[in-house]
Ligand binder design. Structure first.
Ligand code: G4P
Length: 295
């Protein structure tokens, strides 16, 4: 199976982002805490050179706690400000403003030396589709946020939102990148629902998820659907079909519906907290991806 999804509107959005990034102090990058490397757009590091950076591990409530801690340390070691969040829970956002200021300390100092006081921090919010950007912005900005319209030089269409006197956010559309060099990345993004389901073969994606779960979370499918985990992935989908009464009219099992149930259960956290990949291990020789949990 070859997974690629890069529709035309993403090419346009990428171009706009490249243009707008010039006017930005800080990039707030939302990644999915269940697969933080696979859900990072590799273009952002290149486009965002020299900008302050904040990584939000969103949907942290759906990921393994140990995974969240490991990824926080991983990104901190790389020099990013990092925070785990559940974008739906405003209550957990108290730390966001201090962390934004910490990330932008250099800019604040630079402004102060030039006698510029209280110029708002301009932050661009980026992330792949379905990572929770709208939820995050709505929670952070609330109803009171003033939409400030376009600024000179900034591409028409991207929305500025004034959080308060100190911070303005620029919302951007969720984009992917032209080619997944590593197909396990495409597969994980398909599990997460960041690739349009219509272009995917759900049975194959669900089979990939079954393979991942039986390998790294043994017992989970048995507990949830009464599966016999050593039966092989195709049989597992049949067993889920039986459990969820997915029978075809003319007889036999409707494994596609079962695949849909499995993916929905995973995406909605009904299978428990699951992390799809762990940080690469640093050895004296450099980084290895020995801990990457491929499906
Ligand atoms: P996007 O703008 O990046 O495309 O994502 P969006 O905010 O639309 O969020 C996609 C889905 O993820 C939504 O669910 C949203 O509720 C959910 N979500 C966002 N952040 C979190 C989080 O931190 N934790 C959990 N558990 N879920 C999160 P939906 O089912 O598509 O819509 P809805 O019915 O919940 O609104």
């Amino acid at each position: 199976m070859n997974i690629q999804w890069y529709p035309g509107h993403m090419t346009k959005a990428r171009r706009a982002m490249k243009e707008d990034i010039k006017y930005i102090d800080l990039i707030i990058e939302l990644v999915d805490a269940r697969a933080p490397l696979s859900s990072r757009n590799p273009d952002i590091d290149e486009m965002g050179k020299g900008k302050a950076r904040l990584i939000l591990l969103n949907k942290a409530d759906l990921a393994d706690e140990a995974g969240n801690a490991a990824w926080t340390s991983y990104f901190e070691e790389k020099g990013f400000q990092v925070m785990s969040i559940d974008a739906r829970q405003k209550a957990g956002f108290k730390q966001i403003h201090p962390i934004i200021r910490t990330a932008c300390q250099e800019k604040i100092e630079r402004d102060r030396r030039r006698g510029i006081l209280n110029r708002p921090i301009r932050a661009m919010v980026v992330g792949i589709p379905n990572v929770g950007k709208s939820t995050f912005i709505n929670s952070l900005a609330g109803k009171a946020a003033a939409k400030t319209g376009n600024k000179p030089g900034v591409t028409k269409g991207n929305q500025w939102i004034r959080l308060n006197k100190q911070v303005e956010l620029l919302d951007t559309p969720g984009i992917l990148w032209p080619k997944f060099e590593d197909q396990s990345v495409g597969l994980k993004l398909a599990f997460l629902g960041s690739i349009h389901d219509e272009i995917l073969n759900k049975d194959e994606i669900a089979a990939g998820l079954c393979a991942h779960l039986t390998k790294f979370y043994p017992g989970l499918l048995a507990e949830r659907y009464g599966c016999e985990e050593d039966a092989g992935v195709l049989k597992l989908l049949e067993q889920i079909a039986v459990r969820r009464s997915c029978l075809r009219k003319g007889g036999g099992y409707d494994t596609s519906r079962a695949a849909g149930f499995l993916l929905d259960d995973f995406r909605g956290g009904k299978l428990g907290r699951i992390t799809l990949e762990f940080p690469p291990v640093t050895t004296p020789e450099g980084e290895t991806n020995g801990c990457d949990q491929d499906a």
